[in-house]
Design a protein. Sequence first.
Length: 414
Amino acid sequence: MGKKFWAALIVSTATATALLHSGSAWAKDTVRVRVAEYSAKTGPFFQDLAAKFNAANPEIEVKVEHLPWPEMQQQLVSDISAGTAPDVSHMATRWMAGFAKDGALAPIEGLMSPGFADTFVPTYLDLQKQGDHTWGLPIAASARGLFYNKKLLEQAGIANPPATWDEAFEAAKKIDALGEGVYGIGVQGRDLDTEGYWFYSLWTHGGSILGPDGKSGFASPEAVTATNNYLRMIKANVTQPGVTGSSREDLQNLFAAGKMGMVLSGPWFNAQLAEQGKDVEYGISRIPVATTEATYGVTDTIAVLESSKVKPQAMKFLEFIFNKENRLEFGKLEGFVPVLKAESTEPFFTENPKMSVFLEMGSIAKFAPLFPRWEEMADGLKSELSRIYAGEISAEEGLKQAAAKMDTILAEEE
C-alpha cells in the first residue's frame, strides 16, 4: 500500500475522532440526571421532558433516573465515593452545603446564560448560594399550612379552623371524640421532615434553631414549651396512634382517607388529595399560633456534580427545565409554589385559594440553616424527639441532649 493510502487513512481517522468528540451522530454527549420522586408522576414528567430536550438537541442525550426521597441522600453519597455519581442530581437544599463543602458540587454561576439567574424569585435562588458561589437551582419550593377536614370540624361543632394552638388542642379533642377510627390531629414522629414538623410548633412559640449566642436553640424555654404543646396532644390521645412510628406519608394517607381532622403539610398535598382524597372536603389555613406567626419554608435543589465531564450540556438541560412553560407544568403537577417570577402571576397560583394561601405565607416563612453538617444535627434532634414523644424522657432533658450534640458539631466546624 502506498503513502497516499496511509495519508488518507490518517486523515479519515482524525476526522472520525473529531466527529466523535464534537457531538455528532457518531457519539452524543450523555447527561445522567437523577431526580427524587415527589409522587408517581415525577419520574414520567422528567422522562417526557428529557425526550423533548433530546429531540431538540440531537448532540445531547439526557438520561433520567429517579429514586424515592428516602434513598436519595445515601445513594448520592455512595455514588460520589465510588466515582459513579450522575452529572445532575436532585437533593434537599439542606444537604447542599455539605456536598458543596466536600467539593462534590460544581459552582454554576459561570455556566448560566446571561439573565437566567434574574428569572428566579430571589428568596429561593438566594438559598442556593454559599460563599461566592451558586451551587444549584430551586427545583421545588413550599411553605406549610394547616389542612383541615371541613366535614369533621362541622360534625364536632367547630365553626372555624383553629387559629391558635390552644384552639387546635380543643378542636382535636372534639374531633377525636367522634369515634369511628377518626383522629383529631396528626403529629409526625418518624422519617423525612420529622424535625420540620417540630419547627411548626417551635417557631410559632417564638423559638429559634440558633440562639442569639450562636449556639443551639433546641433547649430554649420556647422550644420546651413547643414540644410540650405536642406532648399534651399525644398524652390526651387526640393524635393518631403510634406517633413515633408515623411518617409524613402516614399522616397524609390518614387525612386523605377522611380519618384525620387536621394535619400540617405543604402545597404538594393538594395533588395527592385530588387523586386519593376526592371525597374529602378540606380547607387550608395558616399554622396555629402561640406567640408568633410563622411557617416552615423549604426548597429542594437540583445541582451539577463536580465530577461531571459534561457541565455545559447539563446546564443547558437545567435551563430547559426552568423555562416558564415547563416550570408551570411541573408546579401544577406536583403543587409547588412558584420559583420563577413569571410563574408568580399565573391564575393557577393567585386565584386558587388552595395555592394562594401558601404564596401569602411567604413573608412569614422560616428556613432550616444551611450548615454543612445540618443533617447530623437534625438526626440528633429527631432521635431525642422520638424518645420524648414515647414518654421515655422529659422534653427538657431530651432537648438538652439534642442541643449539646448540635453545639458539639458547630464547635467542630469552627
